[in-house]
Design a protein around this ligand. Sequence first.
Ligand code: CDV
Length: 312
Amino acid sequence: MTRRTVAVAQVGGIQPDEDRPAVVERLVHLLEEAAERGAQFVVFPEMALTTFFPRYWTEDTDRVDSWFESAMPNPAVQPLFDRAKELGVGFYLGYAERTDDGHHYNTAIVVDSSGGICGKYRKIHLPGHSDNRRDLRAQHLEKKYFEVGDLGFGVFDVDGLKVGLCLCNDRRWPEVYRVLALQGADLVVLGYNTPLDVPGWQEPPHMKMSTHLLSLQAGAYQNSLWVAAAAKCGVEDGSYMIGGSAIATPGGDILVQALSDSDEVVVGTIDTDYSEPFRRSVFDFEAHRRPEHYRLIIERTGRGEPVPAPIP
Ligand code: CDV
């Protein structure tokens, strides 16, 4: 049995003129509250150090550089690492990464309770577009600013717990959870920024929240694992993003959920034993999965014609 008290640290809007030290101070406050409430691991959002800059088109390279971290930790973020180590708390943090050789990724790391980075993920499902839709007040330019991640979907040992990493839009794709579950993940952690206005997404506003929760709950249930998701939310530079930070159980229930759309800590205790009955029955992968019949999943990307099936 492995029990862990986990916090999702939801972060309210980060305005474009908020500098790193101010943002990191907010994250440290959330971390301290989480630790005070017994959390051993804290999940922060996607791109937790800046405003959600893919809403802006710019060709100003200095401006773009200002959104990316070229080292992690770096002097601005070090206070978060230091405080977490002092408190003996691990964490997940999303940020925009620029590598030494000039690649740009939407990245998340996990840090264990001794302060060491023990896992890294670069976002694979990049939503939005790369062209300039100048008529829109807020664009969604993840495809312009980031490359598709090159690290795959990894599961890491974080203080004795198997933790799978992904980011935001990944949570909507069932393949992500399954690939992590097949590596024994007990907990999947993710941060997200889900704006109400996304070019081309036509669903009514209430569905932004219901499809978010549905994705966490389905991923958790169908893979017999826990899911903890932290939002950056509220109004950023006039653009609204949903809250709904939550922890979903291996039974597909919501254990805890944020009530606000601003800085808020929600805490829940996860227990790997709770996954076991699901793993031993309906989702006993070894006994019941039939990968030989799932070949299309890796052979096709888009929808195509039906594959002729025998009618004996
Ligand atoms: N940052 C994201 O990946 N956001 C996407 C949508 C809203 C574009 C999401 O799936 O929440």
